[in-house]
Design a protein. Sequence first.
Length: 280
Amino acid sequence: MFIDSLRRLRRVFPGAVLLLLLLGFAGCANGPDQAGTVGGLTGRGGMERGKVLQDFRRDQEKRGQLPIWWRVGGHVEMKLKDDARRYRMELVGKRGDFFRMIVFGPFKNVVMSLTLGEEWLQLVNSSDHAILEVAADSRGMEALTGMAFNPAWMQPALMGCVGDLGEGVSVDGGVLSGVSGAGEKVWMDAVSGLLQRRSRQGVDGKNFLVDYVWPEASSRSGGQPLMPEQVDIRLDQDSKLTMYLKDWNFYSSRPDNFPDQERLPAFPILYPEIGDGIAP
């Protein structure tokens, strides 16, 4: 039944299952292309290591202090081989609890939503009138998307959160690089202290890679850290997901009209026995 449901989802809305499940909690790979260059971004002159690391830590501290409720609108574009699709979307979540992606059709109707919690992934397809629920681990992700990586990587990746790098960092030209306590490789602009690329390894040795585009510093408001306006995600060369994000909003308490984590359509729920309980 589960396989049939997946086939119906992909037939009705090709590519969307993969697209939806790529967005979840917070990650990716490839190092610098050459000395002083990361992802096509060239460093701008030598910088003092201690000052750069201090700026990075200050930025990370501000991100950790953001209100836990958040919402952002935008578009998502997925490229698989010769196929490219673009959808309007909204992302909402409560940090440390759940994350939901809502995808809209051409008439602003909701066609799919994906909720990622600490234990379950719930995919709702309005045309299929069913809810698929699988374990929130790399195997559950692979079952629904074909991409095996930990869904818990996604929310920090979207928000540019890394945590402390310790002292084991280096500056090469205008690029600061290091490894987080979780073993994730990161590269950042030594001038702004903002992430440029992050990399980690998923199951089967595949690299989960994230690249960032940031707005101008002049758009910073109220001491709030800059939030990404574009996030590119790849799992090796299998696929590329680009999110264009605008109008980030944060709330100290649950806003009115905010999607309820538990409120889902009255569709039958399918519980395929997928997920090994391990999210590498």
